[in-house]
Design a protein around this ligand. Structure first.
Ligand SMILES: *[C@@H]1O[C@H](CO)[C@@H](O)[C@H](O)[C@H]1NC(C)=O
Ligand SMILES: *[C@@H]1O[C@H](CO)[C@@H](O)[C@H](O)[C@H]1NC(C)=O
Ligand SMILES: *[C@@H]1O[C@H](CO)[C@@H](O)[C@H](O)[C@H]1NC(C)=O
Length: 367
């Protein structure tokens, strides 16, 4: 797809009607021993704050974090508060997302965290392909290498058997691919298919590597309607979603779905859940009010038309009044509220289920 802007992440949000078992009540003990997170800006909790270079996308200044629970500070999350990794972690019984790998390294706390809660390797801008923003982020292949290094240190601390048991029961959350699609220049059908092939080949390699190191439970978040983020809508005079971009994203989700169905039987013991962001967002975009929003097309924090003409959220941005009433916090990423609803959708079961073949909750309880 053409277009001059480089976008560095996406939003995964969901509308949810009905009861959500996962969000009810206080979970006393996590249902999995640890959570390991790999992906892009939708999941980043501060890795990029520790990457050098002026072009690295970082959410390390106001008004990011303005609603962060407990203390209103920018943590590196591309949100006004928690992101979807935090809510998934909460529904699994943790306080929030595990801390960022580079933060843990800098505090000399990697192994205690890895053994009790997990580690996040997610990095804003990251792609499945190394060629996608590798110089300004930690691409997926490098996140996998960081996990391998973590595992080696864990084994040195508590032995192989203990680590193998821990990893087999841990929740591996993966959400990546949007940046590859945003930055692609594919125009013909042939180009798009070649892109899917390259992406699936490398995604499969990463999953297989993680499996080889002992990971068994995989929760995937597919790419969401990229054509509907304010940064893309603003390019259209009417503010409409870019259908072509959505088609490319939807096609990737379908390709990933069949690739996972083909891969799982080859990796005995692997269990997974794939969350379909398009399904989760259907109600939101067709009827924002019914989904609990006043606004589903503009950035709450931004400037100009749709809050999307000035780029990322900064301390000079204009803020909307009711942050929870917006789907989008900045020109690409969801608000804390939308992340919460999106995470709930991933745990939802029944007619409104957006995951296949099982929900995130069922995945967590496997074996
Ligand atoms: C694809 O994955 C392999 C194996 O992880 C990696 O070495 C390679 O750099 C990746 N290629 C691209 C284009 O990202
Ligand atoms: C590893 O597990 C064994 C038995 O399950 C336990 O006795 C041992 O203390 C563990 N090792 C460490 C270093 O925690
Ligand atoms: C803007 O969106 C409308 C509605 O989807 C579409 O028909 C039109 O082609 C778009 N314009 C541009 C310049 O993309």
């Amino acid at each position: 797809m053409k277009g001059a802007i480089v976008l560095l992440g996406l939003v995964v949000v969901g509308a949810l009607v009905g009861a959500v078992a996962a969000s009810a009540g206080v979970v006393r003990r996590p249902v999995v021993p640890a959570m390991f997170v790999l992906g892009d800006s939708t999941l980043d909790v501060g890795n990029n704050n520790h990457l050098p270079g002026k072009d690295v996308p970082r959410a390390n200044q106001p008004f990011y974090g303005v609603d962060f629970p407990g203390r209103a500070i920018a943590t590196g999350r591309f949100s006004n508060g928690y992101n979807i990794a935090d809510f998934i972690a909460k529904y699994l019984g943790f306080e929030k997302s595990p801390l960022a790998y580079l933060v843990l390294k800098s505090r000399n706390y990697l192994i205690p965290s890895a053994l009790t809660r997990g580690v996040s390797y997610a990095s804003a801008g990251a792609g499945i392909l190394d060629s996608t923003s590798a110089e300004i982020s930690i691409p997926l292949s490098k996140q996998v290498r960081y996990f391998a290094a973590t595992k080696a240190e864990m084994e040195a601390a508590v032995g192989r058997g203990n680590v193998s048991r821990l990893l087999a029961h841990s929740f591996f959350l993966l959400g990546v691919g949007s940046n590859d699609l945003f930055q692609s220049t594919a125009t013909t059908q042939g180009d798009v298919i070649a892109l899917y092939t390259a992406l699936i080949s490398n995604y499969t390699a990463a999953i297989t590597d993680l499996y080889g190191m002992g990971a068994r439970k995989f929760g995937f978040i597919s790419v969401s309607p990229l054509g509907c983020v304010p940064a893309v809508r603003v390019l259209n005079a009417t503010g409409a979603c870019n259908d072509a971009m959505n088609q490319i994203a939807m096609g990737f989700t379908a390709t990933l779905k069949s690739a996972l169905a083909g891969l799982a039987p080859k990796l005995p013991g692997l269990v997974y859940s794939l969350g379909d962001s398009f399904a989760a967002l259907e109600t939101t975009f067709s009827n924002p009010q019914a989904a609990g929003y006043e606004n589903a097309d503009s950035a709450c924090c931004g400037s100009g038309r749709l809050g999307a003409e000035g780029g990322y959220c900064t301390r000079n941005s204009k803020l909307c009044t009711d942050h929870d009433a917006y789907v989008y916090w900045d020109w690409i990423h969801s608000t804390q509220r939308a992340a919460e609803l999106g995470a709930q959708a991933l745990f939802n079961e029944g007619p409104a289920q957006v995951t296949a073949p099982i929900s995130f909750g069922q995945l967590a309880h496997e074996r």
